[in-house]
Design a protein around this ligand. Structure first.
Ligand code: 2AM
Length: 500
């Protein structure tokens, strides 16, 4: 048996796995790779003979495990769910105490909690690491959200730090210029230890929930410019380009400007017009929303973004309904530049609310699951590599530096001031969207969240009275301490008296 020579191993050579393996090898680490289908491994290794660290293809799991220096570090990047369990089951009998298994897939955090416990019972260490940034991120620097045994993370930290995206320490902007074999040097790496067991995958899920919100909000801004202002896709692209050098500077705004400039190679039409308007999803936004409902945390804007995708998916029903249901005809007669600026502010405020909701979710989850999440650092590692990377995140980091126990992002002095400054425009846009029949569900939802959150008194008093009326669910009184419950006997038909 030859001496183990690999610093780390990776199982699963689909797109993400291949790109992450190349990223690791670019940084001088020798990596063993294994894939269920051997031909994929052989082709991958043959296609990349000259990486700085070196790729070592293995055709059996046993050979793969033997190629690794101890404690072994094995990244699994297969389809989340049953495939991950199948790979772990095959691997465990070949491992020795102290070895580290890292799931880099989009696992559901409860699965990660379960797997971490099962492996810990067998003396093995398990890290569930969120990996965001798609193919490009995996290749040149993703945002990494590792959770699990802290000592296990320390073992993989040099590799995680090397392969993560890097941002400028002063501006927080992602550092560019990576090329195969010439990775970015310096900068602040977009990885940090998130917390025990499923914390990393939980935070990755919330990242994706926020991403759903960000994307939908951009689409609503586009729809208002297109359908209410009658602007063409290239004109709207120019607006997004301008926005990308201001407060909204972000990867998603940047790619939106590119997309809106793109023409369809087949017809020459604006590309956005030939794409069918039905949005797909892989489920992380839904998980985020289900978890919000399970924990009883108000995260309506993220959920609204998921529902907007569902509504887009019932294309046939919408096509039929469009012929039957009436509404106002969009008609704009104001100052166009003023309204474009107002859309900017509506998008900005809605975005602040979506992030506030995402951080609220994490705040509740840490109580639910016994974590201590580093909120400021989470915002920090989202500044580069991932899909929601944005200048804005620097401000969230600063907010949590000011107050690590911040109850809600909306209460931070900076964000409070920004919403105060921009809310007039936000209300104007929501009003115009409603008046003109342009659906803007996340703009509406975020505004309702904001107004609800700042309301000392909500009509829930009436709601609770209704519950007491029909179901004797009791109520608390404004003039009595919390936790004391009262009930009055409501009239029933034929017995119309009220008693106290
Ligand atoms: P394959 O190339 O042999 O299909 C994405 O599907 C990745 O996960 C691929 O590398 C795929 O391997 C791998 N994968 C999917 N299901 C798997 C399983 N049950 N066991 C091992 N690898 C699996």
């Amino acid at each position: 048996m030859s001496t183990p020579s690999c610093d780390i191993g990776l199982i699963g050579l689909a797109v993400m796995g291949q790109n992450l393996a190349l990223n690791v090898a670019d940084h001088g680490f020798r990596i063993a790779v294994y894939n269920r289908t051997t031909a994929t491994t052989e082709k991958f290794v043959a296609d990349h003979p000259d990486t700085p660290g070196g790729l070592q293809g293995e055709t059996t799991l046993a050979g793969f495990v033997q190629a690794l220096k101890r404690p072994r570090k094995i990244v699994i990047l297969v389809k989340a769910g049953a495939a991950t369990d199948a790979v772990i089951d095959g691997l465990v009998p070949l491992l020795e105490p102290g070895d580290i298994v890292i799931d880099g897939g989009n696992a559901q955090w409860m699965d990660t909690i379960r797997r971490e416990k099962t492996l810990a019972d067998q003396g093995l260490r398990f890290v569930g690491s969120g990996v965001s940034g798609g193919e490009e991120g995996a290749r040149f620097g993703p945002s990494l959200m590792p959770g699990g045994d802290p000592a296990a993370y320390r073992e993989i930290e040099p590799i995680w730090t090397a392969i993560a995206a890097k941002v400028d320490p002063n501006s927080g902007k992602p550092l560019e210029g990576a090329a195969p074999g010439r990775p970015v040097t310096g900068g602040v790496p977009c990885t940090t230890y998130i917390g025990p067991n499923g914390a990393g995958h939980y935070v990755k899920m919330v990242h994706n929930g926020i991403e759903y919100g960000d994307m939908q909000m951009i689409c609503e801004a586009y729809a208002l410019m297109r359908n209410l202002l009658g602007m063409t896709p290239p004109e709207i692209a120019a607006v997004f380009s301008t926005w990308n050098s201001g407060l909204l500077d972000s990867f998603l705004i940047e790619i939106t400007a590119d997309i809106l400039q793109q023409r369809d190679p087949l017809t020459g039409q604006p590309f956005v017009d030939v794409v069918l308007d039905t949005a797909g999803q892989k489920g992380t936004g839904k998980w985020t929303s289900v978890n919000a409902l399970d924990m009883g945390v108000p995260a309506p804007t993220v959920a609204e973004a998921v529902f907007a995708r569902f509504l887009s998916a019932v294309k046939d029903e919408r096509t039929a309904a469009a012929k039957i249901l009436s509404g106002p005809k969009a008609n704009f007669s104001g100052d166009r530049q003023h309204f474009i600026d107002a859309i900017h502010d509506a998008l900005y405020c809605s975005k602040i609310c979506a992030y506030a909701q995402g951080f609220q979710l994490m705040r509740h989850a840490q109580t639910e699951y016994g974590w201590q999440l580093p909120f400021g650092d989470i915002a920090k590692i989202w500044r580069g590599g991932c899909i929601i990377r944005a200048r804005f995140l620097q401000k969230i980091t600063e907010a949590y530096l000011r107050d690590p126990n911040l109850t809600n992002l909306l209460l931070d002095p900076y964000f409070r001031g920004e919403v105060d400054r921009c809310q007039g425009h936000w209300r104007e846009v929501v009003g115009a969207a409603a008046t003109n029949g342009v659906p803007a569900p996340t703009f509406y939802s975020a505004l309702a969240y904001y107004d609800g959150y700042r309301s000392e008194r909500l009509p829930a008093s009436l709601l609770q009275a209704q519950r007491d009326y029909f179901g004797a669910h009791t109520y608390e009184r404004t003039d009595q301490p919390r936790g004391l419950f009262f009930h009055i006997d409501w009239p029933v038909p034929g017995r119309p008296q009220i008693q106290s």
